[in-house]
Design a protein around this ligand. Structure first.
Ligand SMILES: [Zn+2]
Length: 92
């Protein structure tokens, strides 16, 4: 298997949380059902993947954002896109 570059996300990421905030990784694509790989931050095995396919624990990514707020703004780790709620403007 060839490694994907980090330049193109595997699927479209949403917003980067503020430092100290939590990532919203509800999409099943964050979970690799096939294998655990060493987390890029703490080197412990994890089935979790970033939007760019980096193996990383969600908690480690959140800590990294808090520790590297400037670099985090470039979007290395981002939350999933929030589905817009259907507005209830059915009023006549
Ligand atoms: Zn980790």
């Amino acid at each position: 298997m060839t490694r994907r570059t980090r330049k193109t996300p595997l699927w479209e990421p949403g917003c980067v949380p503020a430092p100290g905030g939590l990532l919203d990784w509800r999409d099943g694509r964050h979970f690799d059902h096939w294998q655990d790989l060493p987390c890029v931050l703490c080197h412990q095995p994890t089935p979790m993947r970033s939007h760019y396919g980096e193996p990383v624990h969600k908690a480690c990514a959140e800590d990294w954002i808090t520790a590297n707020p400037a670099e985090a703004r470039r979007g290395r780790f981002a939350s999933d896109i929030q589905p817009k709620r259907q507005r209830d403007d059915d009023h006549a």
